[in-house]
Design a protein around this ligand. Sequence first.
Ligand code: ASP
Length: 582
Amino acid sequence: MLRTHNCGELREQQIGEKVTLSGWVQKSRDLGGLTFIDLRDRYGITQLTFNMDENAALCEQARKLGREFVIQIQGTVRERSSKNDQLPTGNIEIDVDEIKVLNKSKTPPFTIESETDGGEELRMKYRYLDLRRPPLQEKLILRSKLAMQIRNYLSGEDFIEVETPYLIKSTPEGARDFVVPSRMHEGEFYALPQSPQTFKQLLMVSGYDKYFQIVKCFRDEDLRADRQPEFTQIDCEMSFVEQEDVLDTFEAMMKKVVKEIKGVDLPKFPRMSYAEAMEKYGSDKPDLRFGMEFHNLNELAQGKGFNVFDQSDLVVGINAEGCAEYSRKQLDALTNYVKTPQVGAKGLVYVKLNEDGTIKSSVDKFYSQEDLQAWADKMGASKGDLLLVLSGDTNPTRSAMNALRLHMGKELGLRKGDEFAPLWVVDFPLLEADEESGAMHAMHHPFTSPKVEDLDKLESAPLEVRANAYDMVINGVELGGGSIRIADRPTQEKMLSLLGFSDEEAKAQFGFLMDAFEYGTPPHGGIAFGFDRICALLGGTDSIRDYIAFPKNNAGRDVMIDAPAKVDDEQLEELHLKVVKK
Ligand code: ASP
């Protein structure tokens, strides 16, 4: 071994011991007679000292070491005269006898310390250097620990981890597929899985009963901050279960993991229907760390001569408690916020319930003090509070109010990083209609079963049919979602036909699954979690990118290896892809 200890483990107990350490030169300080070097590895930092009076040649050698040189030293542990209580090794230092340079380093393009001066793009290009920094190391270590715990938990519950193929045929999860041209089969393509959905269902047909896999999935979507074209799921499926069994199993898993990683006991997860979530929070993934529920003001606010409200499908308000003191400037900022294209509202109505009992609003012309007091009563608001009201078509208004609620929650410090508010959102609609074409899509995916009690509406009012589908949400983040599946051929055929598949198309795409359903299929259901998202939530950051060793940037590129990239003509020809010459 090139070391007797790592750079994070020496303490006062080892004073007097001869040791060998290896690591990277993080920093060196030259104080005339004395030179200090911080030697770093993934376990920590140990201070090395060199004394000009005692060994001038060695001291000279130490001074020549550049940042990020990889060295091996031998020396004796001794007590530090000026201790550093910020470092676990801060009571000791190494009095070095010998240095060996294992490898040199160019000067790194940014500082490799907890706080760095490197910009985002530069750090992505030199990701292997960025990954040396402690905050990133902590994140990948958290990820590894989490994966271990999940494997332990699930295998303790008799789940078996089975690998499913990456070169498959398209599985619809609502995104575009990444396709891979086949060399051996001209003009044919594999697709990379958007999820192992059909395979895990086939494993249930095969009798595996409880399956899981920590697995890469690929979706060719437009990128957003918390999306990556390849990401990791904890994918699970169970046989002979009903919805409650799935929810219980995975609620217990999440509780265990959060307890072990964060030391926090999660409460029992409340259940909320999709309809209630949309009505109260304008979102199917409400952040329940704070209240500020929506209140419908249609009855109170319409018919009083204020055209904007009268012409709206929905007039909805939230109560920002204790915000009556908001200044003109603050209110203008909120108005500008709701008018940004991402939020999309046309304007914002406010009502201030002043401490002196007066009420001041931006619609005083149309509403008396009594009218406004009635709004306040309906919203449970009192003196000192500020009511914020939006109006318009139902869906866009709900979604704008959701944005405003989250914005206010953040502004008021109500979305605390160390609090966890979990819930299950249940009873999702089975189908949704495309706004432009009117075509119906499966809201979850085409293998999700409708609720038995809604089956009679499948033909007459398909959009009202609810699904046996559920999402786990914590702090406004959808961590996972799943459903109880369709397990027989006729229902699956009917579902695909509702979604606009002809019989031939349905057979061509999903014949294998429907054939399998005819050979003794157990009732089954499951769920998949976004593993990167769980890491980010437990690690306390918004972006999943930090938890992925080698992520893509915002444009879906890996700027380190420079992918995607062109391939040469020969390769294209071999793949039977036409070479288009310019
Ligand atoms: N395959 C689904 C997804 O990726 C999860 C599931 O239904 O189990 O969202």
